[in-house]
Design a protein around this ligand. Structure first.
Ligand SMILES: [Zn+2]
Length: 364
């Protein structure tokens, strides 16, 4: 799977390959972009090209073979979610005292270390950066370049400060990649020491064409909906869980209808009752809240006479029906209350009650 298999953002890919062809690759690179844009996929490709034993060239620029011992070992980490789950499980099987001291890493090649955010906080911790500091100043073992990949660069404060020290004295044979959806959350002093490249979201038409190729089993209107709501990343579009999206959207519509006082509350309570505690309930509630924001935004587009900007085109008649019942201040109030539900969730308030309160507080 060479660079030509990477979908979209050809300019960024070319720039990275030109840097590979040059004398010195930057010591630290921030690769930003929306979820599913391919930040990790592209970084893995760079790591392979840096260390490939065959070093093929395509279009006059460095590529990778995908077959040599270095490429194949690095590729074992392509399925990052799976490797991450294995590392977490391995830690859970340790004695309690060892668990506390063990940090999560994914490493399938001695010169390529992936540093994921450490659960349960899902932040990079200082011990993970210290591990990097212990080895980053040594020469590579089986490759030409050591590669350190922060797959989601959300740092605890102490970890960020430790990383900053490394960036102030960059080692010779190493490159650090910081992958993030939100580069502004990084310390300005870290940002100023990195080369920053951004993977832009793909346009709707480009995504639809891409989905026609990789998801031929989806109906054209399903591909069109996914292209509008997936956030612009090809990876996110390809693996989009349409069934979960449609179920959550139905719940969001029920909630909005109840908030407008047009439905019997028993239906609302039955629905919100399913949004309970636990990690699964949290993820579902987060998706429901994202959908409520998205539907309210669509309602604003309809109100303002720009229906073509609405994402959920396939249910426009339902949305028009909702918009007719409320005015602009109601939608603004709903958006504000939704912010309240989100902060309540961070304080671990009971989710189903927070959702009920959201709907009943807006009733008219
Ligand atoms: Zn290779």
């Amino acid at each position: 799977m060479p660079f030509s298999d990477f979908h979209g953002n050809v300019e960024v890919v070319r720039r990275l390959r030109e840097m590979l062809a040059g004398e010195h690759f930057p010591h630290a690179v921030i690769l930003s972009g929306p979820a599913g844009a391919g930040k990790f996929t592209l970084t893995q490709m760079i790591a392979k090209a840096m260390n490939c034993l065959e070093r093929p060239v395509s279009d006059g620029l460095p590529d990778f073979c995908g077959r040599c011992a270095n490429c194949t070992r690095i590729a074992e980490a392509d399925a990052l979610e799976q490797r991450f789950a294995e590392a977490v499980e391995a830690r859970e099987n340790l004695r309690e005292a060892d668990q506390r001291e063990t940090r999560i890493f994914v490493q399938t090649h001695p010169d390529v270390l992936i540093i994921p955010p450490d659960p349960p906080q899902m932040m990079v911790k200082v011990d993970q950066v210290r591990h990097l500091i212990r080895e980053i100043y040594y020469k590579p073992i089986d490759g030409r370049e050591r590669v350190y990949i922060f797959s989601a660069a959300d740092f605890m404060k102490e970890a960020a400060n430790a990383l900053l020290k490394v960036l102030e004295e960059p080692p010779g044979f190493s490159t650090i990649f910081l992958l993030t959806g939100n580069p502004s959350a990084l310390l300005p002093t870290i940002r100023s020491r990195c080369v920053h490249l951004r993977l832009a979201p793909l346009g709707r038409e480009e995504l639809e064409q891409y989905l026609a190729r990789v998801r031929p089993e989806w109906k054209a209107r399903e591909r069109s909906l996914v292209a509008r709501v997936c956030g612009g990343g090809p990876g996110g579009a390809r693996s989009f869980d349409l069934a979960a999206y449609l179920a959550a959207r139905q719940d969001a519509l029920t909630l909005l209808a109840a908030a407008m006082g047009t439905r019997d509350h028993s239906e609302l309570f039955r629905m919100t009752d399913a949004y309970r505690s636990g990690a699964e309930g949290k993820a579902r509630t987060e998706q429901l809240i994202r959908l409520l924001y998205s539907l309210l935004e669509d309602m604003l587009f309809l109100r303002e006479g720009t229906p073509e900007l609405a994402r959920n085109q396939d249910i426009q008649p339902d949305l028009v029906h909702l918009v007719e019942r409320v005015d602009f201040p109601w939608i603004v109030a709903a958006v504000q209350r939704l912010g309240g539900v989100e902060s309540g969730m961070r304080r671990n308030l009971l989710r189903s009650l927070a959702l009920d309160a959201f709907a009943t507080s807006l009733e008219r």
